[in-house]
Design a protein around this ligand. Structure first.
Ligand code: HEC
Length: 116
C-alpha cells in the first residue's frame, strides 16, 4: 500500500499534463521507424530512409543485389499504402495511420537538408 503513496505524485503529475509526453514526436517516430512491431524499416531502407543493399548474390545473370528503396521523397499517402499492403520483399505492418505519420514526420525532419 505504501508504494501507492509514493506513486501518487507521479500519477497526479501525469494527469495534470495530458498533452505533455515523456518523449518528443521526433523520438517516437524514430522509435517506430527502428522498431515498428516487426522488422525494422532501417534494415532495408537505411538509417535515414536513403535505401540500402539488403543482400548481394550471384546467379546466372551475374552479381545481383536486392535493395531497399530510397523512401525519403515518398508522400505520407504512399507510405501508408506501402506499410498496409503485401509486397514481395517488404513485410506488411500493422501500424495505425498516426503511427505511419510519426515515421513520415521523423524522416522528413531527419532529411530536411536533403529534401530542401
Ligand atoms: C525486408 C525489407 C524491408 C523492410 C523491413 C521495409 N521495407 Fe519498405 N520496401 C522494401 C522494398 C524492397 C521496397 C520496394 C518495393 C517492393 O518491394 O514492393 C519497399 C518499398 C517501400 C516504400 C515505397 C512504396 C512505393 O510506393 O514505391 C515505402 C514508402 C516503404 N517501403 C516504407 C517502409 C517503412 C515505413 C517500413 C517500416 C515500417 C518499411 N518500408 C520496411 C523493403 C523493406
Amino acid at each position: 500500500m505504501k508504494i501507492l503513496w509514493l506513486l501518487l505524485p507521479l500519477l497526479l503529475w501525469s494527469e495534470e499534463n495530458p498533452t505533455e509526453s515523456f518523449i518528443s514526436d521526433y523520438e517516437y517516430g524514430e522509435m517506430l521507424y527502428n522498431n515498428p512491431r516487426g522488422v525494422s524499416c532501417a534494415e532495408c531502407h537505411g538509417t535515414s530512409g536513403e535505401g540500402k543493399t539488403i543482400i548481394q548474390y550471384q546467379d546466372i545473370h551475374g552479381k545481383e543485389e536486392l535493395r531497399g528503396s530510397d523512401i525519403r521523397k515518398k508522400s505520407l499517402m504512399e507510405m501508408i499504402r506501402a506499410v498496409n499492403s503485401y509486397h514481395k520483399v517488404m513485410p506488411r505492418y500493422y501500424l495505425s495511420d498516426d503511427e505511419v505519420k510519426m515515421i513520415y514526420n521523423y524522416l522528413q525532419k531527419k532529411n530536411k537538408h536533403y529534401l530542401k
